[in-house]
Write a protein that binds this ligand. Structure first.
Ligand code: HEM
Ligand code: HEM
Length: 181
């Protein structure tokens, strides 16, 4: 399959929609684990879990679009090591954005059922074991989520480097300045 000329509108929408959710989910998670027990903490947990499940749906859609359509070749003139670094970091980002919500969902289902989408649709996974099972899964969820934050920081740094220093079209092609063919 030949590489497309540009990211499609769906790819851009899913990229920025997911990024927005992560920028909401991480501060929400830090607040909910630090606020102290009570009704506010319960509310924050419910928002985090529900938006986390919405994020998982976006990731699945994103992976399907990526597998069916591919991605445009990198800008011309980028050194080979940077092409490899971009390929590796994008693969790692895809891996983390998939496993972070899956681990959150699995851990919460094991330790703290029921999981409900926005207080309504029951979505608990059939995982038993209580806190002995759910606790370690949620610890890995937290570590993977902070690894994702670190990788996103590098990713944003790379995007800004391309835009401000190399002055190439890398950031613009994810922003919508170029249309897909
Ligand atoms: C992309 C999606 C997600 C991101 C980026 C994310 C991020 C985070 C982060 C950063 C923390 C650690 C907070 C801290 O300890 O300071 C956390 C904790 C937590 N997350 Fe998520 N999360 C996501 C999805 C989910 C989902 C889908 C669920 C459940 C359905 C979930 C349930 C939890 C729970 C229960 C904790 C608390 C863990 C504990 O108390 O040790 N998360 N999340
Ligand atoms: C949670 C936040 C983010 C995640 C998980 C993420 C993830 C990704 C992934 C996986 C790709 C590869 C797309 C593909 O080949 O299918 C990508 C591309 C891209 N992202 Fe992000 N991104 C995030 C936030 C951002 C932000 C804040 C910026 C800009 C400041 C940005 C700029 C870009 C650009 C310019 C590309 C295109 C790179 C290229 O074509 O070589 N991303 N992103």
């Amino acid at each position: 399959m030949p590489a497309p000329q540009a990211y499609s509108p769906a790819q851009k929408l899913l990229h920025w929609g997911f990024a927005l959710l992560v920028f909401i989910l991480v501060p929400l998670a830090i607040a909910m684990t630090n606020v102290g027990e009570g009704p506010l903490q319960n509310q924050l947990y419910e928002w985090h879990k529900s938006f986390g499940l919405v994020a998982l749906c976006l990731v699945l859609a994103r992976i399907l679009v990526r597998l069916s359509r591919g991605a445009p070749e990198l800008e011309v003139g980028i050194p080979t090591w940077q092409k490899r670094a971009a390929g590796l970091s994008h693969a790692a980002l895809y891996g983390l954005i998939l496993i972070v919500p899956l681990l959150g969902w699995a851990g919460t289902s094991a330790c703290c059922a029921p999981v409900k989408l926005f207080w309504t649709i029951p979505l608990t996974l059939p995982i038993s074991g209580g806190m002995a099972m759910g606790g370690p899964i949620l610890t890995v969820h937290t570590i993977a989520a902070f690894a994702l934050v670190a990788l996103v920081a590098l990713h944003v740094g790379a995007a800004l480097h391309h835009h401000l220093i190399r002055r190439d079209g890398t950031l613009r092609r994810m922003l919508g300045a170029r249309t897909a063919t």
